[in-house]
Design a protein around this ligand. Structure first.
Ligand code: ARG
Length: 277
């Protein structure tokens, strides 16, 4: 990647506090119902992330947490928006299904154009948007959660080309655990999380990507939120921090040890809202 000045862009985010967060079931390899979550610590870490994003000048909306939905803190999974249109989530696992309605309510109140997802898809967990790549490109993951039929549906709803990528390692079950947008047209990803053919597609479309390794991905270093300059990522992902720094971005580490017990980190906790430009 060329070493130019990385310009931040003001973002709008949606987060949901971990007020009812717990490990009550196992739907990914990181979860273990035997480990107790430190609820107070989870909330403090979440607030620190919230304040970090707000402190960078971004607008952060907060969705009320609901009892009985312990994974609702992973707000990225509730929907995916591009230029004012929202493609609603439909969760793979019944335990999380009601979260989609809570997100739908938020967008309805905000006057967004909302399209319900008829196929299983977990919002920004499996969809990423690069507004400056190829005129506006959507990258989409499948293999564990989102149904490939949802990729085609998202393309029809959002009117942007969707590139389907196959995830092959259950530890990296959502696209956002293996790939992230660093700015409007640059990405970083861990090739080993993708099928050989999908690796080929990514190399062709993004020859200047920042390449991460297994250790970066296991430290949730790819589960990051970037505003184009400031890259907010998990505290343990020090190697990933150095990689983005070498590419001209400014890493900002936050400790999300408790959210990691549920199989998520920074990006999982943050949905980006993309209003009509
Ligand atoms: N426990 C949640 C699940 O397995 C974690 C979701 C993480 N979110 C994400 N965007 N990767 O569904």
């Amino acid at each position: 990647m060329s070493q130019t000045e990385r310009m931040p862009r003001k973002r709008t985010y949606l987060m949901c506090p971990p007020e009812h967060f717990a490990i009550e079931y196992v739907i990914n390899p990181w979860m273990d119902t035997g480990t107790a979550v430190d609820a107070g610590l989870a909330l403090r870490q979440w607030h620190f992330l919230h304040d970090t994003l707000a402190g960078l000048g971004h607008r952060v909306h907060v969705l009320s947490a609901q009892a009985g939905l312990p994974d609702m803190v992973y707000a990225a999974n509730g929907a995916f928006s591009v230029d004012g249109t929202v493609y609603g989530a439909r969760f793979r696992h019944p335990q999380r299904a009601p979260e989609a309605l809570a997100h739908q309510g938020f967008y309805a109140a905000g006057g967004w154009t909302f399209a319900e997802g008829n196929h299983v898809n977990e919002g920004e967990g499996d969809f990423a948007y690069l507004p400056g790549a190829y005129g506006g490109l959507i990258l989409a993951g499948h293999g564990f959660r989102t149904d490939p039929a949802a990729h085609a549906e998202a393309q029809e709803v959002l009117g942007r080309p969707v590139v389907s990528l196959k995830l092959v390692d259950s530890c990296f079950y959502h696209l956002d655990t293996a790939l992230a947008a660093l700015d409007d047209r640059h990405i970083t990803y861990f090739p080993g999380a993708f099928s050989a053919a999908s690796q080929r597609v990514l190399a062709q479309l993004f020859p200047d990507a920042v390449i991460a390794d297994q250790a970066d991905a296991e430290a949730f270093g790819l589960n990051l939120v970037s505003d184009g300059r400031h890259v907010v990522l998990n505290a343990e992902a020090t190697g990933m921090g150095e990689k983005v720094r070498a590419a001209g971005y400014q890493p900002i580490h936050v400790d999300l040890s408790e959210l990691k017990r549920g199989g998520g980190s920074v990006k999982c906790a943050v949905a980006e809202l993309r209003p009509r430009p």
